[in-house]
Write a protein that binds this ligand. Structure first.
Ligand SMILES: [Zn+2]
Length: 485
């Protein structure tokens, strides 16, 4: 029997064994039944028992085969766990002693946590205090996962160290603070934005990780469907007009705008952005940071931008009438303006702008198009298998299912941190403004607009996501959760 299905969680029959025993013996214990221990091995070492007798005195052993790659993967994972545990216990001993001379274990622990978060592509690290224990959680693909937990003494040392690094007041523990610092991991620079909040058990700290040098996101790589990509590119080819990307918080709107700018900055264009915050540095783009503390809001900067002779303007977010008015004025005077707006879908973005107080006729003339999106988690390809969604979910799409429809879900493995997912992609919808739409926007009747969109084969976010479900890339449950129907 080839044991290529073994997971780390099953290698816990004796957590006290040092990991180097596994790497030397080329075996790991995977099961214990009374006095019988099952070892999974590659048979690369003929003296397996010698290594394990000490840890399982008087036990019998049974061997099963494991593939070398699988064993290496498990060992690597356990080594990392061991390294983390060792550092935590060193910090614990140190923080509980009265030595004034402290070593740099706590800094090493912080660096290890940051490194691990970056490797796992976490967007945020949460340090949370509770009555007796503290927890560190990573936000991966939009969801929180516990990374490690430890004693409060370790937590306090760690939080003080973070505040010190982020130039925050270390002795102030009763008021919320924010700060920032940057680190270099594997030649890449990361900006870390730190926020602290006093809770009843201690200071809760959240670190947001911004990868400033990440220029990997291209419009063609964020998972857009053909229709969506075609629509966005058509708008980017225009020389003037307002293009909006909409969606709730965390739906990846700004990543989409950055990808658009990357597409545009290859051409001879003067591009100016107004952002809060500047999340990524872009080449050939003039980026301006909003600074509300000195009264420099979106609208204030925008007023001055037009004198800088831009071709393209990107506004981080439209959230008030003043900003919207200037954006429309800029679009009207021959600039391509890109921005995001908080709305559930593409049509909702129009309602939102009208609610901000803009006259529909002002909007209809210069609106180039609106896109709306969500991020959906994609099944891990290493542990994907067929499954059948729950009856009440299937009922929602009963008219779309045929006898050939297959559904796929991932069980969870080491490669996906047992989550079943390995990345996120965009699902979305887009409409391009045309003469008919212009008239309909001025009329403002939702039902008429919907009828027209149906006529021109507009595909909704849900329908776009359903394509990914039918391709086996994600689950029906995930789609329903993110689109919230
Ligand atoms: Zn997996």
């Amino acid at each position: 029997m080839i044991q290529n299905e073994i997971e780390v969680s099953s290698v816990l029959v004796s957590p006290s064994i040092p990991v180097k025993v596994f790497s030397k013996s080329r075996a790991v214990p995977i099961k214990r039944e009374n006095n019988k221990i099952t070892l999974a091995t590659t048979y690369e070492n003929s003296n397996i028992y010698v290594y394990f007798r000490e840890y399982f005195p008087g036990c019998e052993f049974e061997l099963v085969k494991i593939l070398p790659d699988k064993l290496d993967e498990i060992i690597k994972y356990l080594f990392l766990e061991e390294e983390l545990k060792e550092l935590i216990s060193k910090v614990k001993i140190e923080s509980e002693s009265y030595k004034t001379e402290k070593s740099n274990f706590v800094l090493k622990l912080l660096e290890l946590i940051l490194k691990r978060a970056v490797e796992k592509k976490a967007s945020d690290i949460h340090f949370e205090a509770f009555e007796t224990k503290a927890k560190i959680k990573f936000r991966l693909l939009g969801s929180l996962y516990e990374f490690v937990s430890f004693d409060m003494s370790v937590f306090e040392s760690l939080v003080s160290r973070i505040k010190l690094s982020a130039s925050m007041n270390v002795s102030e523990k009763r008021r919320p603070q924010d700060g920032s610092f940057s680190i270099k991991i594997e030649k890449r620079e990361y900006d870390l934005r730190v926020s602290s909040l006093p809770t009843i058990w201690g200071e809760s700290v959240v670190i947001r990780i911004l990868n400033k040098t990440d220029v990997s996101t291209k419009l063609s790589k964020i998972g857009f469907s053909k229709e969506l990509l075609y629509g966005v590119k058509k708008i980017l080819n225009k020389s003037y007009g307002l293009f909006l990307s909409s969606g709730p918080t965390g739906s990846g709107k700004s990543t989409t705008l950055y990808a658009c700018l990357k597409e545009l900055c290859q051409i001879e264009n003067k591009i100016i952005t107004v952002e809060d915050p500047v999340e990524y540095k872009l080449e050939n783009v003039q980026q301006v940071q909003v600074n509300e503390k000195i009264g420099l809001g979106f609208a204030d900067i925008l007023k001055n931008i037009l004198r800088q002779d831009p071709d393209i303007i990107m506004i981080g977010e439209i959230r008030d009438l003043k900003t919207l008015q200037i954006a429309l004025k800029a679009a009207f005077s021959g600039h391509l303006v890109l921005s995001t707006i908080h709305a559930n879908d593409a049509l909702g973005a129009i309602d939102r702008m009208v609610n901000l107080g803009i006259e529909p006729f002002m909007l209809s003339a210069v609106l180039a198009g609106v896109q709306s999106q969500r991020l959906i988690r994609i099944n891990c390809p290493f542990c994907k298998e067929r499954y059948l969604p729950k009856e009440n979910y299937l009922e929602l799409i009963s008219d779309k299912i045929t006898s050939d429809t297959r559904f796929y879900k991932s069980r969870g493995c080491i490669k996906c941190d047992m989550s079943g997912f390995y990345k996120r992609e965009v699902i979305g919808e887009i409409f391009l403004n045309d003469e008919n739409m212009e008239k309909l926007i001025i009329k403002g009747n939702r039902a008429d607009i919907k009828t027209y969109l149906k006529k021109i084969n507009f595909k909704s976010i849900f329908e776009d996501g359903l394509v990914k479900v039918f391709e086996g890339k994600t689950t029906l449950e995930e789609l329903i959760k993110v689109v919230n129907i």
